[in-house]
Design a protein around this ligand. Sequence first.
Ligand code: A3P
Ligand SMILES: CCC(=O)SCCNC(=O)CCNC(=O)[C@H](O)C(C)(C)COP(=O)(O)O
Ligand code: MG
Length: 391
Amino acid sequence: MATILKHWREAATLIIAAKSKNIANRYSYEILMLKRSGKSKFMPSLSVFPGGVAEEADFSPEWMDVFSSIDNDIWTRTFAHFSKVGQGPPMFSRQRDEHFSKIPSEVAFRICAIRETFEECGILLTRSSNDNKINLLTEASNVSKNYGKIGNIGISDFEIWREKVDKDATQFIKMCQEFNMVPDIWSLTEWSNWLTPVTVARRSSGTDEGSKRRYDTAFFLCLLDTIPDAVHDDKETVHLQWSPPDELIKSHLESKVKLAPPQIYEICRFLNFKDIEELNEFCLTRINKRVTRNFPVPAVCDDGIFILYPGDDLYPEDPDIYGAKGPLIISGTLREIHQKYPHHNRYVLKDKESHRDFIYDVKFLCNVTQGDEHVIPVTDLSFLGMPRARF
Ligand SMILES: Nc1ncnc2c1ncn2[C@@H]1O[C@H](COP(=O)(O)O)[C@@H](OP(=O)(O)O)[C@H]1O
Ligand SMILES: CCC(=O)SCCNC(=O)CCNC(=O)[C@H](O)C(C)(C)COP(=O)(O)O
Ligand SMILES: [Mg+2]
């Protein structure tokens, strides 16, 4: 697929937000988190959204046959939609071998996210090929809700196919053909894109092998109108939990759940939306929008460290994505730099904290968008009883 990238792996991950039954919660929905095995080479024991590396099967031209089973008009318009929404970040727009270019990468990475979700927690986001109620991504004005659908293949087949797909991603194509269904790509909103930073990759993972890992990961969001049955695979993932975004951040700050910065950043974006309906409306406004790649750049100053994100005054014009140069050095103290460069999209660590493994810490500052009109994360966590960042 010409996906053998020298520097990083391409991956997709799925944030699932499902309507909560607990009306006492401050937020009306819960987000699915999976705790990775301690044996994982990358981010062991951290809680993440379901997801993983894209396989050739996700880009297979055989998907054209699978999608040809749905209403021809829907598929034609879906295809047309993706060719008109603009290029998107590099993982979507880069040239691939012809064989793997038959379906748009926007579809292929959605298939990857749906397949990985099925493997890791047993949530199957598919629609019957006869479903003529597919919400067309192109027609936000005609759509008021864009919630995902759970496929029903019968309990006895379910685990057999989950196992088969886990072993061999091409089996997902076979499974869709066998049960006359298609991955519910329409319910996935393109949410963000994270490229693992170079220096951080060397520091944040447990093993030598894992520490070299970098991923270019497409994050999608899917809303569900009820919390579905879900069970972790007990291999790659060892625990599953549904929690409202405020409780997740609180648990992270109390060290009850361990999250990495991209997951914290994304969960903090959800703090803007109390009700799942507001989230649904926001997703509808993004139907024709693309995200920009979020490539964190570490920088060292006199008394601490910054991890800079696009949009920050200090974010370099030409970030060093291959890691050829060393970290950025910025003269001045955190306090001085904070005032001198007031547009913040950064993660800050003071020296006295920097001996700690920073993935357990959080001090995000964000008061700018990064050019993709996306909602910015809530970084004032005083409503959770957390003190504001001070220098
Ligand atoms: N029982 C287990 N414990 C820990 N990791 C496991 C595992 N079974 C599979 N994995 C790892 O999960 C990764 C696959 O993840 P995904 O399918 O989400 O991309 C693989 O890691 P590697 O990428 O290190 O080979 C695989 O080795
Ligand atoms: C500033 C410190 C960091 O940013 S560390 C960042 C590590 N995270 C990422 O690079 C992006 C998000 N990664 C994931 O969501 C998942 O780990 C995954 C989907 C890439 C995992 O893939 P796997 O094949 O191991 O399941
Ligand atoms: Mg995975």
